[in-house]
Design a protein around this ligand. Sequence first.
Ligand code: EPU
Length: 417
Amino acid sequence: MDKIQIIGGRKLEGKVTISGAKNAALPLIASAILVDGTCEFHNVPHLMDIESIKRLLEDLGATCSLDEHVMTVDGSGIHKIEAEYDLVRKMRASILVLGPLVARFGHAKVSMPGGCAIGARPVNMHLSGLEALGADIHIDHGYIEARADKLTGSEIYFDNPTVTGTENLMMAAVLATGQTVLRNAAREPEIICLADALNEMGARISGAGSPIITIDGVDKLLPATVTVIPDRIETGTFMVAAAATQGDVCILGGNPEHIGGVSSKLKAAGARIDTQPGEIRVRGGETVQSVDIQTLPYPGFPTDMQAQFMALMSTARGSSMIHESIFENRFIHANELMRMGADISLPKVNLAVVRGVPELQAAPVMASDLRASASLVIAGLMAKGTTVISRVYHMDRGYEAMEDKFSALGANIRRIK
Ligand code: EPU
């Protein structure tokens, strides 16, 4: 298994270009199931998760190709409605094929995603939403089976905003008879990206980006060409890394509007952030001030940036309270940061108190999930000495060429095969 070795202590300087967003690309690729023809997706990042969804669609009978950053998906050959355990277990987001399969074929069988390192992550709201659209749902031997001759538009209220749940139901409702209204929907930029793509294919969706999304069903969707938005979490990760190393980094291609929650906390921590079209420049202050954060649904501070921010806070002046309100077990990286000398206590399961220490020490550490791996990379860049991070397959799921990008910014980082 590959490892990442970092010799820390260098300031990051230079320019880095942001890749397409994993969490926007995954639902877009799943949406191609709705189309009897070939869709083309631009700015698709090269990641393990993209490979996983590509394999899943190919297993269903779609013809896919990924060349440079352009992915084509021809859904005309789809003949199978079953997403098998071996493919789904590699990536929870595979649940995104459920809505489109029922919508187009009236029947879907998708292996139930299990828990994951960061929380139980149930899919009950995906399923109750599909039931509201008229699908019969059964769970049998670890598989979710959904059937509906024709889905029917309905009012769906989410108990709390779910990102992939909103996406799944948007995709299910586009081919339903009549109107569907999703209330308390997720508002993430990835939702808008998917709605725009579906509208490009002929769907009639309005309100994406707000808590109320209205979908008027249409008879069929047509092939379209769409572009994946830049990855706001990759953008935020480089912003935090720049601040953490007192660096000076120009981030090209990221959308500053998508990362406002992180920018405002970085400014409060002492970083200087200047934005102009297509560019976000982050200059770290000489010292980092501690700030408190609470993760919230968009446009709040993203849970996917919490681990990276905790690494930054570990050498801040003062104490920082980090409240994780989305997932119940998303502090596993705290123990690894403590191995590097961070002073972190967890008075509650969803609350971390980080008391800044003068510096982190390099150590062998282990990544537990995708964003934890980014947190440990940032910690390794801050620490003096050689840090070796194992289980970097987590990082490869969601960060494109991460070590090459950090290396180009002057970091001493390399992959050990
Ligand atoms: N939830 C339920 N029932 C449901 C669905 C969700 O209780 O049916 C709960 C979850 O357990 C969680 C909360 O609702 O407590 C929000 O979860 P959400 O459904 O929004 O998460 P998700 O759609 O499974 C996406 C991203 C995650 C990101 C979260 C939150 C994708 C493919 N994944 O997950 O990304 O953390 O939204 O923003 O879009 C990552 O990229 O590292 C990652 C984990």
